[in-house]
Design a protein around this ligand. Structure first.
Ligand SMILES: [Cu+2]
Length: 203
């Protein structure tokens, strides 16, 4: 097939599985919602992926970044850049673990091998909290200050996942077929008035 006419270009894009850029905008009552996790989960599962490594640092008694999104199978290192020791743990069913009191880079990386939400804490400093959204897809991102994220994914059938720690109710997984003419998606979220619990993860 020669990719010269517009129609042929579209067919060529489909045939080659060329990525389509989907823009998702997330708002709450106050306006743009930043740092919202957005993932396109392929219906029928994602293809196998090479192992990746991410970093969640600890600086001034804070995890940074506070909200991460990683693909299942990602290995995360937890360097401690403070001059005091931290003890990183999670009780979350998707990945319970404890990195016993440590300094520097001595803690072994943790492999996030199950999809789901992992809440991180420090056994010494109660105010330290962070979130790892583990998704079964390579197509994900977090919204910027304008509440916007663009995700490149091949055409196909997906479920759109939206999550933020301050949600007061889960955002239902939304079926979405990605095609060259797929329009941008707008999502409205509802934030808990006093975020004291963790926003629910959609199942
Ligand atoms: Cu600590």
């Amino acid at each position: 097939m020669r990719c010269s006419s517009i129609a042929a270009l579209v067919l060529c894009a489909l045939a080659s599985g060329a990525a389509h850029a989907l823009t998702v905008t997330v708002r709450d009552r106050a306006g743009a919602a930043a740092e919202v996790v957005v993932a396109l989960e392929p219906v029928g599962g994602a293809a196998a992926a090479p192992a990746v490594t991410e970093i969640i640092d600890q600086v001034d008694k804070r995890f940074t970044p506070r909200i991460s999104v990683v693909r299942v199978g990602t290995s995360v290192s937890f360097p401690n850049s403070d001059r005091i020791r931290h003890e990183v743990y999670s009780f979350s069913p998707a990945k319970p673990f404890t990195l016993k009191l440590y300094a520097g880079r001595s803690a072994p990386p943790v492999v996030f091998d199950r999809a789901g939400l992992v809440v991180l804490g420090c056994n010494i400093h109660d105010s330290m909290v962070a979130f790892v959204a583990v998704v079964d897809t390579p197509y994900f991102g977090r919204t910027d200050a304008e509440g916007r994220v663009t995700i490149n994914a091949p055409p196909g059938r997906y479920r759109l996942r939206v999550w933020h720690p301050d949600l007061d109710k889960a955002v239902p997984l939304q079926p979405l077929t990605l095609a060259p003419d797929t329009k941008p998606v707008a999502v409205e979220i509802s934030r808990a008035p006093l975020p004291s619990t963790v926003g629910p993860w959609s199942e």
